[in-house]
Design a protein around this ligand. Structure first.
Ligand code: RFL
Ligand code: PHB
Length: 389
């Protein structure tokens, strides 16, 4: 089989890139390791920056997002029983959209199907060959049968555990990593959200986040130990702990119910450099991971897709290669800023083992500075709604 762009991974990065290329008549084939149902079963991001919304519009996949997504013009931050709001619209003139990654992915799959675009599920043994030549190809198997995909370019959109990053020789690749000493235990419930906006809560018992998907679907997280298992936490224990970490006034109005999903995610900051090697380009979680505080993961994947799509479009339409040549540098410049924000917001909101009394005082002082200082709120709002591409 032959195509122009071989895309490894059918998560949001890979699917969005495929759909954008399709609008320009650039052919691609998406190779996904799992089934469509498996990919759609993963509950992940919920906050979309304007840049991602615009890309979905450009890809012709934003109709349901506009009909069902909820615009948020600010967010709440609490510490103990104190709570304040950072207004995105006042400080940036922008907003974010609440719309689940699952739904984004569902819409992209639907669009891909409608357009008759190539996608192979259940692929295994993916090997990228000749990325440092003008004629790369991808070897893989489907149900034990060996296949080969010849292409002009390979987009590695296969997430943190994928194979694309490993295809860049170790002597070329440099990795930067910070592992946090806690995780997030998340649940999804068919209950109305406790507040109309998200609440990021710092408490002496650890961080908590009250988020949502729709008016009757809530997503809540609590900071947990890395050794915890989801089955260690009954729903009752989860609700009890969450209520102790958010302001009493919110805890009193919180509507609880049975969880329909419960999982634990470790927190990690990770970047690999460069994001390009020859004709292989890394996109999204394949190249970088952020802790979820601040909702930057999917949104940073989207900015990578933006730079790569435009580079490839210029290559095919205008016979120019400066876009693809500067891809890694442009993407990384924005990636590191998103890393900084996620790291800062995580450090501000979580309880750390062996945190001294002084460290705790510093956290509260910084939160109170944010509460009282418009310039600090503006900087936070600019980062939260998304830095420009
Ligand atoms: P994905 O979503 O991991 O998709 C990669 C796809 O590649 C497939 N794959 C392979 N396919 C073929 N061959 C192989 N060898 C392969 N290896 C893997 C996988 O099956 C998968 O389908 O990466 P992508 O597309 O780059 O998307 C990144 C986002 O998923 C991720 O950044 C976000 O979910 C992070 N994230 C959040 N981001 C936000 O912007 N806002 C949020 O509110 C937000 N909340 C979150 C999050 C991530 C979380 N977890 C679980 C890590 C909340 C959580 C709890
Ligand atoms: C979510 O709704 O899953 C979510 C929202 C905001 C975050 C992280 C996760 O910062």
């Amino acid at each position: 089989m032959k195509t122009q762009v071989a895309i490894i991974g059918g998560g949001p990065s890979g699917l969005l890139l495929a759909q954008l290329l399709q609008t320009r008549g650039i052919e691609s084939v998406v190779l996904e390791r799992k089934t469509r149902e498996y990919v759609l079963g993963r509950i992940r991001a919920g906050v979309l920056e304007r840049g991602l919304v615009q890309l979905l519009e450009e890809a012709g996949c934003a109709a349901r997002l506009h009909a069902e997504g909820i615009a948020h013009h600010g967010t709440l931050i609490s510490y103990g029983d104190e709570m304040f709001r950072v207004d995105f619209t006042e400080h940036t003139g922008q907003q974010v959209m609440i719309y689940g990654q699952t739904e984004v992915t569902r819409d992209l799959y639907a669009a891909r199907e409608k357009a008759g675009g190539g996608i192979e599920f259940n692929v295994a043994d993916v090997v990228i060959e000749g990325a440092d030549t003008d004629a790369p190809h991808v070897d893989y198997t489907v149900e034990g049968e060996a296949r080969r995909l010849d292409c002009d370019f390979v987009a590695g959109c296969d997430g943190f555990h994928g194979v694309s990053r490993q295809a860049i020789p170790p002597e070329v690749r440099r990795e930067y990593e910070k592992v946090y000493p806690f995780g997030w235990l998340g649940i999804l419930t068919q209950t109305p959200p406790v507040n109309s906006e998200l609440i990021y809560a710092n408490s002496p018992r650890g961080f908590a986040l009250c988020s949502m998907r729709t008016e009757n679907l809530s997503r809540y997280y609590i900071q947990c130990s890395l050794s915890d298992k989801p089955e260690d936490w009954t729903d009752e224990a989860f609700w009890r702990e969450l209520k102790r970490r958010i302001p009493a006034e919110q805890a009193e109005t919180l509507i609880t119910g049975p969880s329909i999903e419960k999982s634990i995610a470790p927190l990690r900051s990770f970047v690999t450099e460069p994001m390009r090697w020859g004709r292989l380009f890394l996109c999204g979680d394949a190249a970088h991971i952020v802790p979820p505080t601040g909702a930057k993961g999917l949104n940073t994947a989207a900015s990578d897709v933006h730079y790569l799509y435009n580079g490839l479009r210029e290559f095919y339409e205008d016979n120019r290669s400066d876009g693809i040549d500067s891809y890694s540098q442009k993407a990384l410049s924005r990636v590191w800023k998103a890393q900084r924000f996620s790291w800062w917001f995580s450090s501000l909101m979580h309880t750390y083992p062996h945190q001294s009394e002084f460290d705790l005082k510093m956290q509260v002082a910084e939160i109170e500075f944010l509460r009282s200082n418009k310039a600090a709120q503006k900087a936070m709002a600019q980062n939260y709604v998304g830095l420009p591409y």
